[in-house]
Design a protein around this ligand. Structure first.
Ligand code: MLT
Length: 321
């Protein structure tokens, strides 16, 4: 049996009665925190791809995608950002045990096939790939959970296949298209990718991806981000950068959403900051919005415990199908 690490919990004065004893509700909450903390730290054996489970291969037209699947229950499709892969959800895949977790690598990434030229990549192709995965698994409707570029892909899926979305979790993402300056940045980064490869791309991006506290106290997270970027092919990077540059504004798409939606954002996210996330949540009727403290642009990896709790609470409250 593997012993769990020690879990430290803080008890606040307002959780205690006049004699300093914990009240019953606070005790239950603390035990729940301890359970999540222990699960979040539990390390599953690593596969060569960096995740804990071998993916299956799902044909989606011109390529096959690597798709990791775990558990039973409401299907939740996890869509990674740029330049990450499905393992950015490693903690949520390990701990959200009451739902059916489905996590593909997008085309050009990780274990998935790589179209050789940039025209093999577009928001429409990424979105249709996800629907092909759902079809292959016999899933009619899923909760879609996307981070950043994963969110942009979900916006496109909403436009093309609205009936497939049961609910949405939008993490560290935004509806706006790229500004002229951002488009120039994409073009420069495309040249870096073509000339110098994956390592050079991630070194340019890293300083803006993680919260200062993550960089100072969790160096392993920067290592995980580097590993994910190395699993992108160069055509995949170039195709994604063009897709990001050319994506449309999704404000009107979000105004039309009529499914339960959770928006979450790292307190120190520089790329899709908390104010942007709050404004995005206001576009969507009844959307919840939560800020994850001490996280940057990759809250699920930087603060897995807090992020997984938000997801679990949201998923638990969904109406039955
Ligand atoms: C991502 O995490 O997917 C990227 O930061 C998206 C972007 O650069 O717009």
């Amino acid at each position: 049996m593997t012993p769990f690490e020690t879990v430290e919990l803080t008890v606040y004065p307002y959780e205690c009665d006049a004699f300093g004893h914990l009240n019953q509700a606070a005790l239950l909450t603390l035990l729940e925190h301890a359970r999540w903390d222990a699960l979040a730290r539990f390390r599953v054996p690593r596969s060569p791809a960096g995740g804990g489970h071998e993916p299956i291969r799902v044909p989606v037209g011109d390529v096959e995608l690597a798709v990791e699947m775990r558990g039973e229950g409401v299907p939740v499709l996890f869509v990674h950002g740029f330049p990450f892969d499905r393992t950015m959800w490693r903690h949520q895949l390990a701990t959200l045990s009451r739902v059916r977790r489905i996590a593909p690598d997008l085309r050009g990434v990780g274990g998935s096939g790589t179209p050789p030229t940039a025209d093999g990549y577009s928001l429409a192709r990424y979105a249709d790939d996800l629907v092909a995965v759902l079809d292959a698994l016999g899933v009619r409707q899923a909760v879609l959970c996307g981070l950043s570029m994963g969110g942009y892909v979900i916006f496109e899926l909403l436009r093309r296949h609205p009936g497939r979305v049961k609910a949405m979790i939008l993490a560290d993402t935004k509806p706006q298209a790229d500004s002229a300056e951002a488009k120039r940045g994409r073009e420069e980064l495309t040249q870096v990718a073509q000339r110098e490869g994956q390592d050079a791309v991630i070194e340019r991006l890293l300083p803006r991806l993680l919260a200062p506290v993550t960089q100072a106290t969790q160096p392993e997270v920067a290592g995980q981000v580097r590993e994910m970027a190395r699993r992108w092919s160069v055509p995949g990077l170039v195709g994604a950068l063009r897709t990001l540059r050319d994506r449309p504004d999704s404000t009107e798409t979000l105004r039309g959403v009529r499914v339960p939606t959770l928006v979450l954002v790292g307190s120190d996210d520089e790329i899709a900051p908390p104010d942007t996330a709050r404004a995005m949540a206001q576009l969507i009727p009844d959307a919840q919005c939560h800020v994850v403290p001490a996280a940057g642009h990759i809250a699920p990896l930087e603060q897995p415990l807090a992020t997984s709790r938000l997801l679990a609470d949201f998923l638990r409250a969904l109406p039955p199908s």
